[in-house]
Design a protein around this ligand. Structure first.
Ligand SMILES: CC(C)(COP(=O)(O)OP(=O)(O)OC[C@H]1O[C@@H](n2cnc3c(N)ncnc32)[C@H](O)[C@@H]1OP(=O)(O)O)[C@@H](O)C(=O)NCCC(=O)NCCS
Length: 165
């Protein structure tokens, strides 16, 4: 871990960023195009990673994207993203998207995903980032779970590399 001062999750988090669905966001099935939602998550996760690290960051991996329910025309999408944990140069950012019916206030959970971003120095090489300090029970739970996911990612990478030697 770097010698940089740890930062709280709240210093970089994005809470319910609003995006109003319009007709040009729909797919041929007349629900909201999933690729648009994924691209917006990637862009917002980048902001979280860059706020936390104060460096240029790139997406290294995305896992566990789950579309839990379709979003529909005229919904309002609410994007929430937070840094779950950082290690050396890499950071896991959790994303949650809800669809709100803005007339009734009802919300539905649309998507969950985990993004891994890597911070780069001025030569484009991975650079260490600050640790993150979880402050709530929920943030502590995500912090612990992120380590389990990272262990799984590293194990899979290693096994694949061994299998393809
Ligand atoms: C991400 C990238 C910078 C990593 O470079 P690398 O030479 O593999 O660097 P390292 O092996 O030193 O790994 C650096 C960190 O990235 C992590 N990492 C690398 N590949 C990863 C992957 N596929 N999934 C998760 N983490 C990964 C490593 O675990 C390491 O984390 P740590 O520093 O916290 O321990 C490089 O693979 C890259 O540039 N990829 C393309 C990124 C891109 O173009 N994204 C899309 C547009 S933004």
């Amino acid at each position: 871990m770097s010698g940089k001062s740890a930062k709280p999750v709240s210093a970089s988090a994005i809470e319910k960023h609003v995006y109003k669905v319009f007709p040009n966001d729909m797919n041929s099935h007349n629900t909201v195009f999933g690729g648009m939602i994924m691209a917006k998550c990637d862009r917002l996760a980048l902001v979280v990673a860059e706020r936390h690290s104060a460096h240029v960051c790139v997406t290294a991996a995305v896992d566990s994207i789950h579309f839990r329910a379709p979003a529909k025309g005229n919904d309002t999408l609410l994007f929430s993203l937070a840094l779950n944990r950082s290690w050396g140069s890499s950071m896991e950012i959790g994303a949650k998207v809800e669809a709100e019916n803005s007339y009734t206030g009802d919300t539905r959970h649309i998507l969950s995903a985990f993004f891994t971003f890597v911070a780069l120095d001025e030569n484009g090489r991975p650079v260490d980032v600050p640790a993150v300090t979880p402050e709530t029970d929920e943030q502590n739970r995500r912090y612990a779970n992120a380590e389990i996911r990272r262990a799984g990612r590293l194990k899979t990478r290693e096994e694949l590399s061994r299998a393809n030697r």
